[in-house]
Design a protein around this ligand. Structure first.
Ligand SMILES: *Cc1c(COP(=O)(O)O)cnc(C)c1O
Length: 218
């Protein structure tokens, strides 16, 4: 299947309210160009340097989403143009995004990453930490790194019930946050292997790489 055929599949497959982030990390410019020509405008990358190179070379109406773990000292390179940062997983990076957004006279939309998998290697706040962030009014401290929702990655597991339970927990936290007075709009959960479950559990943004561009060679 070609990239445009895959995108066409997703266009038909996804409910209207669900945004598709085409995860193009490691993929060459021609692949992104093909997706762009087909109408895709949201691309997700996990390395700031790679994303910045692609941003420089591709049309400026693309929305660039940083989906990976962010190193504090590199935030400045994406601050001028990034559309959404999914992986805000600690106060230090959140505060740096706020600082760099101010410098660029921007408000950068962000998602707080929540640790929902049982794997040590995945980053993110715990559900309790998210609730503390809300009750302690930390959201008001970094207004230029504006939190518009939550993101989570489920365990890399074939156990669908487990994945579903993790997504359900994140959805519950998302709803609680809004009941506590937040106005979160984006719930980013689901990738190539689990986007169907993500959507069933309330996701409105899926991050799909290999099901669009094919498998990655690192
Ligand atoms: C790579 C990546 C994806 C996409 O993964 P696929 O399985 O190829 O769809 C989604 N989210 C994050 C955070 C990623 O790092």
């Amino acid at each position: 299947m070609s990239i445009s055929e895959n995108l066409k599949f997703f266009k038909n497959e996804l409910p209207e309210k669900v945004s598709l982030v085409a995860v193009s990390k490691t993929k060459p410019l021609e692949n992104l160009q093909e997706a762009y020509t087909f109408g895709q405008r949201i691309f997700g990358e996990n390395k700031i340097q790679e994303m910045t190179e692609k941003w420089q070379l591709l049309p400026k109406d693309i929305e660039w989403h940083m989906i990976g773990h962010v190193q504090t000292n590199k935030v400045k390179y994406m601050a001028p143009y990034v559309s959404l940062i999914h992986g805000v997983d600690r106060l230090k990076v959140w505060s740096e995004i706020h600082k760099q957004a101010l410098k660029n006279d921007r408000i950068i939309p962000c998602l707080l990453q929540v640790h929902i998998a049982d794997e040590e290697t995945k980053f993110g706040f715990s559900a309790d930490e998210i609730k503390e962030i809300i009750t302690h009014n930390t959201l008001l401290e970094f207004p230029n790194a504006k939190v518009v929702g939550l993101m989570g990655m489920a365990s890399n597991s074939n156990d669908q019930d487990k994945v579903r339970a993790e997504f359900k927990g994140l959805r519950k936290l998302f709803d609680s946050a809004n009941e506590m007075g937040c106005d979160f709009e984006v719930l980013s959960m689901g990738m190539s292997g689990d986007y169907t479950i993500g959507i069933e559990e309330g996701s409105n943004m899926v991050r799909v790489g290999s099901k669009i561009f094919g498998s990655r060679n690192y």
